[in-house]
Write a protein that binds this ligand. Sequence first.
Ligand SMILES: [Zn+2]
Length: 397
Amino acid sequence: MPATITFHPVGCGDMTLLQLADSDQTSILVDINIRAGADDPDGEHRDVVSDLRGRLKRDAKKRPYVDAFLMTHPDEDHIRGLQKHFHLGPLADYADDEKPDAEKKIVIREVWSSPLVYRRADKSHVLCDDAKAFNKEAKRRVGVNRTKGFAGVEEGDRILVMGEDEGGKTDDLGPILVKVDESFSTVNTANKAGYFTATLLAPMPKQADAAEEEKLGKNHSSVILNMKIGADARTSDGCRFLVAGDAEVLIWERLWNKHKSNQAVLEYDLLLAPHHCSWHTLSWDSWSELREKAEVSADARSALGVTRAGAVVVASSRAIKNDDKDPPCIRAKREYESIAKDANGSFKCVGEIPSEEEPEPLTFNVTAQGVQQVAKQEAGRKAAAVIGSAATPRPHG
Ligand SMILES: [Zn+2]
């Protein structure tokens, strides 16, 4: 099986499933936005829960699971539906074994979480119940790890902490802490090197200067990962997938100034356009107020423009219209189209494929030269014919 990346149509929100090409078909879920009715075939929205469940494997106890779940930041459009559809608390308390498969909560074998992102969000606005539940679960898992001395921690209690917290709070977390600019290849404690390596680019650490720290909080501080995903056992660098939650313009300017002399860490074949194709990712100006007079931040655009040949930019949003709305913003779409065009790539909006009225999950296969969209979207991993011409061969190294 090739590695796949599936974007679920969840409106302005994110819900992305990676399935690696290893024999375990390791699964990594990034964010969820399960709106009311999106777990019902007759509901108003696409039944993304059935789509997701159809792709997940079952464990020895017939429980659906993901190997890892990353919450990029605790806004509702990235964590909605957690308590309803995922098991939280010790696995010993799992209560759904006698229920039909469709009613069993999904097990999260390992949580990927950032306490600093959570802290910044908590300061700037009221968090939803699912975000609070996620934080409680993350804290529980860190507690189990500390109690066990980080050894022999069972599935369902595992966690990787993305970035250092303030005040030395994460200094004792050694084996479960990933610091900014570090890379890791473990998923649910298994070494997946060759199939998966991720580099943590953000959240930027707590700033000593209070005004600077406040700015980071207001720019939708998010976990940013650049993931190298293997196409098969021989091709470890099939695609680079850049995921960044809702990170806004200041974050991208900082990343550019930090990495412009070594841009490889920003390079991608597939970019999930930050903040659902928001203009605020690319500019300090208001789109609705200034329209075409709004100016692009050259540094932010540069940070988001380090493409490889055939690069694809995906907006996880509703259909993008030529209006004042933001996100998604038509002007941001034009910038991403321009970036993708320079790489002989393309821009896709999840909310428009195959149609605005009935969007379906958008799946890409990871190939030796990046990604290719799977033509017919089906539940499960039955990849149908691949459309489009083969990606332009990309010089490696
Ligand atoms: Zn969002």
